[in-house]
Design a protein around this ligand. Structure first.
Ligand SMILES: C=CC1=C(C)c2cc3[nH]c(cc4nc(cc5[nH]c(cc1n2)c(C)c5CCC(=O)O)C(CCC(=O)O)=C4C)c(C)c3C=C
Ligand SMILES: [Fe+2]
Length: 453
């Protein structure tokens, strides 16, 4: 997670190479977009809007890059048709809102390329600078090795991720919620690792405007200068917003009511994990934010007279490194053995149903819990289009508007953005050999066998 903006572009370049290699023009177009409009870049650029007073620019960039992981969904606001915009104009203008998420493979054939995109992101596999040339070959290798296990999971939930459909529905619901507040907005979805990529969302964003605005937008977009002049506001996190907390508390209260003895149920929050190094070495605030989020939800439940026991654990670890503990699977076994009989699983850090909820929690963890002595199992659904949640997102958009500011020029390393096929092939060839040799070392083989497949 410590990658700077320059290295982040590496993963975007892949999107270009992998999906668009047959169209040079399109590739160039995407390349220019990717430099600015990966979701992480947007967060990075946001520092001009949200930075705290004592942080250096580098610290702010790093913090914001990390925050990208904390937002399962991010929102950016763009006033369209505004070149020299002043804050007072913004609410009157039509808005573009960009919802950011990670994306998921829609078919089983998408699984390996999706995994490649994921592992080619230097924020996911963090290699020392000297070994960065291994990023793509390693991503290729790990994605091929991981794909069979991932495919099993996606096959179990119907052959693909529902994430795109749900996020599209959320975008539609948000558009309507904004309309109910008399704000006309186009809401776009931009995914980090699968379609519609953030770059595509931005492309759509400019194309969907009309007349001279299109020409102005497109021309300036191609020159990269336009983006730095767009007033943008990024909502970095909303886990602490009362609307979100209330909507989670509502869901929990409702599911608790389905148990015969609701007061005896343990509320089991399961959050997506991240490698420990993200938190301890790179200073990722994810763990603190998760803990605060759960504290706030439990406070809200207490205010409603619900004082159940609760616990937090982390799920979905991949690969041979230490992830945030305690691990969901281990805690389930422990509490089952300690005699807990009723458990309500609450996916936290997820706002949509996807493989981690539908397969990992509903199938694997439920099975494990029942095997470990838990008799009554329940699961809180992900928020999806929950109206309180969507209305709160709409409020967050409205509140963010006054802080929209023009982005500063990109400081990203342009070297990565230039796509050189020969250099790419040479890197892939030697990198693959090295990555393969690395994987053959006994320690790595053992660790991967236990954790990846
Ligand atoms: C809070 C959200 C997420 C964090 C943090 C996160 C970190 C993370 N994930 C992997 C590896 C995989 N992630 C996969 C899918 C996936 N992950 C998230 C969310 C977070 N990931 C989503 C929304 C999805 C898509 C789900 C879908 O329905 O498609 C996968 C593929 C699925 C599988 O095989 O388990 C992998 C692999 C790492 C290494 C990581 C580290 C920071
Ligand atoms: Fe993940």
């Amino acid at each position: 997670m410590e990658a700077a903006a320059a290295s982040l572009s590496g993963s975007n370049i892949f999107h270009r190479n992998y999906r668009f290699s047959r169209s040079i023009n399109r590739r160039r177009y995407i390349a220019s977009g990717s430099r600015y409009f990966s979701n992480s870049d947007l967060n990075t650029q946001n520092h001009s809007v949200f930075k705290g007073p004592n942080l250096s620019n580098v610290q702010i960039q790093k913090r914001n890059l990390r925050l990208q992981m904390n937002c399962a969904l991010g929102v950016c606001t763009f006033p369209e048709n505004v070149m020299e915009s002043h804050h007072s104009h913004i609410v009157e203008e039509k808005l573009g809102v960009l919802l950011l998420n990670l994306g998921g493979p829609e078919t089983l054939n998408d699984v390996q390329p999706f995994l490649y995109n994921l592992f080619a992101d230097p924020d996911i596999i963090r290699l020392p600078r000297l070994l960065r040339f291994l990023q793509r070959p390693l991503a290729k290798l790990i994605s091929v090795l991981r794909a069979p296990k991932s495919k099993e999971g996606y096959a179990a939930i119907g052959g693909g991720s529902p994430l795109r459909k749900i996020t599209d529905e959320q975008a539609d619901a948000l558009r309507m919620a904004l309309e109910a507040k008399n704000i006309r907005a186009n809401v776009y979805v931009g995914m980090r690792y699968w379609f519609p990529f953030t770059e595509e969302a931005i492309e759509q964003f400019s194309i969907s405007t009309t007349g001279s605005s299109i020409r102005v937008l497109q021309r300036i977009f191609k020159e990269d200068a336009y983006l730095s002049r767009l007033p943008v506001s990024v909502i970095l996190s909303w886990y602490q917003r009362q609307g979100y907390i209330n909507s989670m508390a509502d869901l929990i209260e409702k599911e608790l009511g389905k148990f015969a003895k609701p007061e005896e149920v343990m509320i089991f929050f399961s959050a997506h994990g991240v490698p420990v190094s993200y938190v301890e070495e790179a200073g990722d605030p994810y763990k603190d934010q998760m803990e605060e989020c759960i504290y706030l939800i439990m406070q809200e439940l207490k205010a409603r007279g619900i004082g159940n026991d609760h616990t937090l654990a982390y799920q979905s670890r991949v690969g041979p490194v230490q992830w945030l503990k305690p691990y969901t699977d281990e805690v389930l076994v422990e509490i089952g053995q300690k005699g807990v009989k009723s458990l309500l699983a609450v996916p936290i850090s997820f706002v949509s149903e996807h493989i981690e909820t539908l397969e990992e929690i509903d199938m694997e963890y439920k099975h494990l819990a029942l095997e470990s002595g838990i008799k009554n199992w329940g699961r809180v659904p992900a928020l999806g289009c929950n109206s309180l949640f969507i209305t709160d997102l709409a409020d967050a958009v409205v509140e963010a508007l006054p802080s929209a500011k023009a982005l500063s020029a990109s400081t990203e390393n342009d070297e990565e953005a230039e796509y050189d096929p020969l250099r790419y092939l040479v890197k892939m060839f030697f990198g693959s050999i090295l990555a393969f040799l690395l994987l053959l070392t006994p320690k790595v083989v053992l660790a991967f066998r236990n954790s990846l497949f």
